[in-house]
Design a protein around this ligand. Structure first.
Ligand code: FE
Length: 289
């Protein structure tokens, strides 16, 4: 069998519906929805906002547990504060990434920063859940926190790419991942084109944050997610519009393991899921002081 070459064709194109999560955070959820399930190894894709909040209007995600996967938070506008049951506490502001390996489990809260809550302002960001392979699900919780100015930026004419994970235009990403994953934030000026390596073995998707993309002759509008077939090893897209295009391009090697999932726990079997609930209820994931 020959190696696939060339650009990958479009598989699905869907608009991420509006939803409300946590304490009433407005999000566009690309998946999971009735129309689009997991895209192995990605379990969830939420775009919060963009929303202009009045003072005291900002909402967050009060204390809740996670086990068996990673939560990746990327803030574009506004700020979140987080606390967890190991005593960790921090703030994620514009451009910052928090790649949290929940592993064996913790309890955390994700709330709007005090400044955003008191004075209002714009909130926009992403939370993406990345599944862990069976062998890593029970490893100790771990954070990779990368401030905005430490995220490598790749550039070519009319194109800028913040390389959170993976590689773009010869620039390596900031984050170490458990399995091969690319997490790329592209900004394209009108008329600019990107040809990005996306191995045929990896699931791949393009989400438009702002502006309009065109890929394989199809327009991809704002809040739309395009997924790609495994028939090539590159993704080609361009900005056909008159305003800058901002898009996230994600690729990941599928784990191809059974998924037992309920709420904040993602394991391989029902027994492990039950154990996660039992451990949480018994306080074995801790509580936030
Ligand atoms: Fe969480």
């Amino acid at each position: 069998m020959s190696q696939p070459t060339g650009t990958r064709s479009l598989d699905a194109l869907l608009e991420a519906p509006l939803a409300s999560e946590g304490d009433g955070v407005v999000i566009h959820r690309a998946f999971p929805t009735h129309q689009m399930g997991e895209i192995d190894p990605f379990l969830l894709f939420d775009h919060f906002g963009p929303i202009d909040l009045a003072p005291k209007e900002a909402r967050g995600f009060p204390d809740h547990p996670h086990r068996g996967f990673e939560t990746v938070t990327y803030v574009l506008d506004g700020e979140f504060e987080h606390r967890d049951s190991f005593g960790n506490h921090g703030r994620i502001g514009p451009g910052d990434v928090q790649w949290m390996t929940a592993g064996s489990g913790l309890v955390h809260s994700e709330t709007p920063g005090r400044n955003l809550y008191e004075h209002g302002g714009r909130l926009q960001g992403f939370q993406i859940w990345v599944n862990l392979p069976r062998k890593d699900k029970m490893k100790a919780p771990h954070y990779q926190e990368i401030s905005g100015e430490k995220i490598p930026v790749a550039k070519s004419p009319g194109v800028e790419c913040r390389v959170v994970a993976g590689e773009a235009l010869g620039v390596q990403g900031a984050v170490q991942t458990h399995t091969p994953i690319q997490y790329l934030h592209f900004t394209l000026q009108p008329g600019a084109t990107v040809l990005q390596s996306a191995p045929a073995t990896q699931n791949a998707m393009l989400y438009v944050i702002e502006g309009m993309a065109e890929t394989q002759g199809t327009a991809v509008g704002r809040f739309h997610m395009a997924t790609f077939a495994g028939d090539g090893d590159q993704i080609a897209f361009r900005n056909p519009g008159e305003a800058p295009l901002q898009a996230l391009l994600l690729t990941g090697e599928p784990l191809r393991e059974p998924i037992a999932r309920y709420g904040p726990f993602v394991m391989n079997t029902r027994e492990e899921l039950q154990q996660a609930f039992d451990d949480y209820r018994a306080g074995r994931m801790g509580t936030i002081a």
